[in-house]
Design a protein around this ligand. Structure first.
Ligand code: XMP
Length: 310
């Protein structure tokens, strides 16, 4: 794939499809949705409305960072605060696939309202080849595959779908994103699941648990930055363990650190993290998040495990 040629072709395709209609893009700040948003904006300018749905399940400062990066590129992003709705949709749910379903329905609920407000008839989505392969193969239902949620692209909510990155794999999307002028912070960004940090809380998802995972994720990302892993994050388990505080027993949470190397996320190997770095991560997590008393490092490849926990 030649990135510039791909970009020119896709811009033309989007122009021809959307013509003088309006389109909407749900931007998450990940490399896929960022690249397809910039492509569509280049094609149709301000006829593209961009929304960022704040679901309360993002990493630290994600909304502010994304709005700033896109504003520097001349693209206005509307932030929709739906945190409360997402937490109530996830309340009481412990089954991984049920969590995905609840997240997905809530996402489309919020998004549908934005679509209606924007009067858009086209929906720009950053679906990439791996999403299509894994969903068709029954590995899991990705929230961005419309067929899975029964939206008829002709009737449904009354809009058509534009998926310019559908035939690309992650490394190719990164190349395109760099060529589109997106900063390294975006095109080198680790993949992040649609259901966000909800994918990294085992058991019921609550704001308190998400907040713990969010803090731990920042620590893991900071400490592993020099190794540039394909993906690294923290997962909160659904059980508690015994710890010690001033020689007294206390019961606290258990966090798993996961870091993997992969080309396209279809298979993955655990990162061989030097012991000193793991020690530092464990010390920082237990010091900076006092509710955590144990930290484990995961050594399972994909397969048999998947990268995320849901
Ligand atoms: P798994 O957990 O299946 O994940 O090994 C493979 C890759 O996909 C990411 N992932 C998602 N990406 N929407 C996405 O856009 C999703 O719902 C989703 N779930 C998982 C995951 O982080 C990994 O890189």
């Amino acid at each position: 794939m030649e990135a510039q040629k791909f970009i020119d072709e896709k811009i033309n395709e989007i122009k021809e499809t959307v013509r003088d209609g309006k389109a909407i893009s749900a931007l998450s700040g990940g490399v896929d949705s960022s690249a397809c948003t910039v492509l569509a904006h280049r094609a149709i300018g301000d006829n593209l409305k961009v929304v960022f749905i704040e679901d309360g399940l993002m990493r630290e400062n994600e909304a502010q960072d994304v709005v700033k990066i896109f504003s520097d590129l001349g693209i206005e992003v509307r932030v929709v605060d739906a945190q409360k709705d997402f937490f109530s949709a996830l309340k009481g749910i412990t089954d991984p696939e049920e969590k995905r379903k609840a997240f997905r329905s809530q996402f489309y609920e919020v998004f549908k309202e934005e679509v209606l407000k924007s009067q858009a008839t086209f929906l720009v989505q950053g679906t990439i080849a791996a999403d299509v392969v894994e969903t068709r193969g029954g590995v899991k239902t990705q929230h961005n595959i419309l067929e899975q949620i029964g939206i008829d692209s002709q009737k449904g909510y009354g809009f058509r779908v534009v998926e310019p990155l559908k035939e690309l794999y992650k490394h190719q999307v990164r190349e395109v994103a760099g060529e589109l002028g997106l900063p390294p912070k975006i095109y080198q960004r680790m993949p992040f699941p649609g259901p966000g940090l909800a994918a990294r809380v085992v058991g019921e998802v609550t704001p308190e648990k998400v907040s713990m995972v969010r803090k731990a994720t920042r620590i893991v990302e900071e400490e592993l930055d020099s190794l540039k892993p394909f993906q690294a994050f923290a997962v909160l388990l659904n059980d508690r363990g015994t710890g010690l505080e001033e020689r007294k027993r206390k019961f606290g949470n258990i966090l798993v650190v996961r870091s993997v190397e992969s080309k396209d996320a279809m298979t993955a190997e655990p990162t061989q993290v030097p012991w000193e770095i793991l020690t530092k991560i464990s010390q920082r997590i237990t010091r900076e998040i006092p509710d955590v008393v144990r930290v484990a490092y995961e050594i399972t490849p994909k397969p048999p495990a998947t990268i995320e926990y849901i």
